[in-house]
Design a protein around this ligand. Sequence first.
Ligand code: ADE
Ligand code: ZN
Length: 339
Amino acid sequence: MESSKLKTIIQGIPKAELHLHLEGSFEPELMFEIAKRNNINLPYDSIESVKEAYRFNNLQEFLDIYYAGAQVLLHEQDFFDLTWAYLTKVHSENVKHAEVFFDPQTHTERGVAFDVVINGIHRALEKGKNELNISYKLIMSYLRHLTEDAAFNTLESSIPFKEIIDGVGLDSSEMGNPPSKFKKVFKASAEHGYKLVAHAGEEGPAEYIWEALDILNVERIDHGNRCLTNEALIKRLVNEKIALTLCPTSNVALKVIQKMDEHPVAKMLDKGILATIHSDDPAYFGGYMNENYYQTAKALNLSLEQIEQLAINAFEASWLSKASKERHITQVKEYFKSL
Ligand SMILES: Nc1ncnc2[nH]cnc12
Ligand SMILES: [Zn+2]
């Protein structure tokens, strides 16, 4: 299909984003603006030089830059502006529902209070719901390069806000930090009523996906690329309808795959896995939702049925009520019928 036609079709799809780190949506322009008003010097002299620095060979090289960028966020208004910029961007891409991560420890570790972070984010999410009609869920992610005790401190800080936090996740440096390291804090998080997800099988082996399922009891896997190396795991994912929140442009940028045409999403759909696609850290990897759909569809030559399935899967895998899921899925189906 012609590129412009494919782009137009993708733009019109009602979409759900389930794997997005708010700190990863921090565009250099906004970073410079906030750094200026907070009197912080960035180690870059222009927006172009920031973009130059965004060349990564692996997850860790990205994380080092991502955590450095987040240092300019100090005040509630900064977190509001970050979140609002993301919401207005994806509103223009017809995203109807967003389940977003934030990394409290990236901020509390450098002295920014938990309530400053969450109040700014929550105020923007509410505004997005009221003014842009984007429903949302909020996921607090534990940093896996830190200790389980540190995650417990974060869990404790979150309790006064538990009505506005829907779930917990696990992100940051995967290799050497298996899900099993966080067994107790995930159990405690579930006891507080949080839903559970974890990054697994992005750089790490299929074994980490098993651990996330069996030891942490997560209901969705973030990334999960490596599952295709293990037939028994594929069967489990299919039988239990465990969704994978894949992030194609992230995978290329972090060299999880060398080229987009190696992306496993088409094989996963063929096998009946509840595969979905999202943007992860769009400010760093050069693509929001539309670009992820577009690059994947183009490189893998996805059919309209496969693209429709991806859009449906994302609502199916979301934490929306059954009725809301059905309403959105009907809209996706009607949209594709109208093409
Ligand atoms: N792709 C990713 N993997 C692990 N941790 C992250 N934090 C932000 N983006 C991440
Ligand atoms: Zn991620």
